[in-house]
Design a protein around this ligand. Structure first.
Ligand code: SAH
Length: 346
């Protein structure tokens, strides 16, 4: 019986209103229930106290509320919180709360596992099991917003789609989730505070530009030399840098918004002057800023963080060319919550 019930949160507000009308009730009841589901975060029909008992029973007979459940929560010495989130079918994804002095950032997952094969990333080893639904993405954000209020006395300020999965391979659901996050009927957050990070799927970057999205775009570049990038991110063979460049130029022409490049420097992989020169050149195609990310080891040493000297060399060349560079220290390493470490180990 339960298996045939529909997830009520897959319905739009309009569909909920129509459902009530068909039941001979007032369409307005749909608004009330919608508010319970999305603004008040009700986990059961029982919670909907301004809805009559009969109506609640009727909803119970027709629908389920497929909420995520935070299974385990770990807190790092540096304040970072990692949630292992159980989905209605028992699968698990992870999301992370990253506090700084002035902001709280949620790092959320878009897929269970990942279909890409970046050789330095723990999530890639899980393979892609399924896409997350819009409400499963939204719920991760709500859970972290609540934790932020509880532990840091402030609401969530930023969201990055840098958890498990490739958001542009689950584009429609990511967009629906962001619509809900930014809508006044959801969390009412500004899209300017949301960043979608991609390994670089050119066709989808162009689609985003055409869709006139208002959030920020980050691209995990890691190398601006095709041969090198293909070794560490094999899908670069299918989506080479030239295609990526063209898509990014298209994005900038349409949105006029800077792109962020995520970049890790590894010993013996991309730490030579040739790598730096190629990156600086790539950075000039489209207005951008650079985030150098510290490498978080996931295995027995195939990849190693480059020397400080190599990092300094990157930074000085970028800065000489007037490119803004931030160096991002890892957060939550002690609980495997840092970039690329999300792999359901706990
Ligand atoms: N698929 C998306 C989002 C997930 S990864 C993307 O590729 O952008 C989030 C960021 O962490 C990416 O920049 C990714 O390249 C980086 N990353 C992956 N594994 C890492 C590791 N072991 N150490 C540091 N950064 C890593």
């Amino acid at each position: 019986m339960a298996a045939t019930k529909k997830d009520i949160r897959a319905l739009t507000k309009e569909q909920l209103r129509e459902f009530f009308e068909k039941q001979g009730d007032k369409a307005f009841r749909g608004n009330q229930v919608y508010e319970w589901l999305w603004q008040k975060g009700a986990h059961s029909f029982e919670d909907m106290t301004n809805v009559s008992k009969e109506t609640r029973q009727m909803l119970e007979d027709n629908f389920v509320i497929n909420h995520i459940k935070v299974d385990t929560m770990q807190r790092s010495n540096d304040g970072t919180v990692k949630n292992a989130v159980r989905l209605h079918d028992g699968l698990i994804v992870e999301s992370v709360l990253i506090p700084t002095a002035t902001r709280t950032t949620a790092c959320v997952s878009s897929q269970v596992g990942c279909s890409l094969d970046c050789r330095f990333c723990a999530t890639a080893r899980l393979k892609r099991m399924r896409n997350l639904n819009p409400d499963e993405i939204y719920d991760q954000v709500v859970a972290i917003d609540n934790e932020s209020k509880l532990y840091f006395n402030r609401p969530l300020s930023n969201i990055v789609f840098m958890g498990m999965g490739e958001p542009l391979m689950n584009y429609n659901n990511v967009i629906k989730a962001i619509d809900k996050i930014t809508s006044p009927e959801g969390l009412g957050m500004s899209p300017k505070r949301i960043t979608v990070s991609t390994s670089g799927v050119p066709k989808m970057i162009k689609k985003m530009a055409d869709d006139d999205v208002k959030f920020n775009l980050a691209v995990s570049l890691h190398s601006a030399i095709d041969e090198v990038r293909t070794t560490i991110m094999p899908f670069n063979e299918t989506f080479p840098l030239e295609d990526l460049r063209e898509a990014l130029e298209y994005w900038y022409a349409k949105t006029k918004r800077k792109i962020s490049y995520e970049y890790v420097v590894w010993k013996g992989i991309n730490d030579t002057q040739k790598d730096i020169d190629a990156f600086v050149k790539f950075c000039k195609y489209v207005p951008c800023k650079v985030n150098i990310i510290e490498y978080n080891p996931i295995d027995d040493g195939e990849f190693q963080q480059a020397s400080n000297e190599a990092l300094e060399n990157y930074i000085s060349h970028l800065e000489k060319n007037r490119i803004v560079v931030n160096v991002r220290r890892s957060r939550g390493k002690d609980i495997d919550a840092a970039c690329g470490q999300l792999a359901n180990k706990s």
